[in-house]
Structures are given as C-alpha cells and as structure tokens.
Design a protein around this ligand. Sequence first.
Ligand code: ATP
Length: 254
Amino acid sequence: MSARLDAAGVGWDVAGARILASVAFAAAPGETVGLLGPNGSGKSSLLRLLGGLARPSAGQVSLDSVALSALPRRALARRIAVVTQQTATDVEMTALEVVLLGRIPYRPRLAGVAATDLSMARRALASAGLDGFADRRWSTLSGGERQRVDLARAFVQEPDLLLLDEPTNHLDIRHQLDLLRTLAASPTTVVVTLHDLNLAADWCDRLVLLCGGRVVAAGTPAAVLTAERILEVYDVPVDIDAGPDGRPRIRYRR
Ligand SMILES: Nc1ncnc2c1ncn2[C@@H]1O[C@H](COP(=O)(O)OP(=O)(O)OP(=O)(O)O)[C@@H](O)[C@H]1O
C-alpha cells in the first residue's frame, strides 16, 4: 500500500552532459513529497530514475531498501505507477481501455480482462468525474480529461509508490484541488512534480527543490520556500506570509 523510497548519490548523464548530480532523496511510507525546480532543473529526469524508467549513471534508487535494479519487472510494475507528461496520443484506445492498462501487472499471462478489473476501472473513471466516458476514444478527449484518465490508470494499478509528473498542468482549479486532496489523504507514497509553489506548500508533507540537477533544499514547505531561496533559484521576488496552518503563502510581486 505504501513504500519507502530512497535515492542516494544519484547521478544521470546523457550524451556526455550531466543532468543530475549527487541527488539524495527520501520519501517515507505514505508521504506526499513535492519535487520543485525551474524548467530544465531535472525534475522529470529524477522522476524517471525514481520509477525505474531509466537507470542512474551513479548511485542507487531503492524501494523498501531493495534496489530497483534487483526487483523483477512485474513486481516493479505492480509497486510503482508513473504518470509522465508524454502520453501517447496516436493510440486508438477508449478511456476504459487506457484505465485497464493499469491492471495488466495483475493479470495472469494470456488471461483476458477480469470482471473485477472492469468494475475497478469503471469506478476509477467515475471517481475521476468521467462517468459516461468509458467508450470515448482517447484522441477525442480534452487535455484535462486525458490527464484524469491517465491518473485513473495509475490509481487502479494500486501501487505502493505513485510518481506524477506535473499532473495538474491540464486541470482546472477544482480538479487540481481534488487531485491534491486525494494524494494527501492517500496511504500511498507519492512524489509529484509541481510548478505551482502555493499548491505544493498547501498539499505536500515535504518538498525537494532542484536547481541545475542538484538538490538545493529539502524539508517542510516552510523550510524550503523562503523568499531568499525563491529569488535565488527562480530569480523571482516574492513576499511570504505564514498561513493559519503554518504553511507558507507566496505572493509574487508585480
Ligand atoms: N534524453 C535527453 N537527452 C538530452 N538532454 C536531456 C534528455 N533528457 C533531459 N535532458 C535535459 O536535461 C535537463 C533536465 O530535463 P528535465 O526534463 O528533467 O527537467 P524538468 O525540471 O522536468 O523541466 P521542466 O520544468 O521544463 O519540465 C534539461 O536541460 C533537458 O534538456
């Protein structure tokens, strides 16, 4: 249901370029950790390494103290769900078929779709506010609808670790809040990349801030999101108040 995720000394090089260097990262079981940083700082790359979609050039990623590289593919597929930004758009699948992809790691080889998988997928679509979309073709869905179908696919996978790359970028504010509320309440360990600093401050237990492929700060939202650091990392002047719950509220200067 939830897992501990650790990354130690993680580096990633592509074509001679260092994308990530000496990254240390931990998420305790059930935590929601926000991964922040400017464009190109390495968030998506780190998420791919954390999900086992790419192998680090240095260091190691482990789930409950077992290296990802030592986990069989099927176990990995059951335990980790990844929602990346680049979802294929040329596949002619229905919304229900896309959600059902999340059940493949549980299906005996050569077996068809089980009735329980079908009802689970239909429930997930309904929870995503997509009742009545089951037979809609992927190519006809709006950006936000696709994103919610993709999230439903990740939820039916029943992972111990959920890795989400900018899952709110196509969502209207109500669906952004619905998703973040769900993630915060979920017993699953979650790592989520976000650009909205206030949403991150409101809904994440801890934040990790990347800049130039390195971790520049990690800790509670109040510890990570200081005006000095936001100016240094994003080159944006802000004013920060503490909200009634102690979480920082960031106001961008005009
Ligand atoms: N396969 C690749 N080949 C070459 N460069 C890459 C590759 N993947 C990522 N990069 C580079 O690594 C850097 C980090 O990219 P990444 O996508 O991880 O950043 P990000 O923090 O997720 O950015 P954004 O906020 O723009 O989504 C970027 O400069 C990118 O161009």
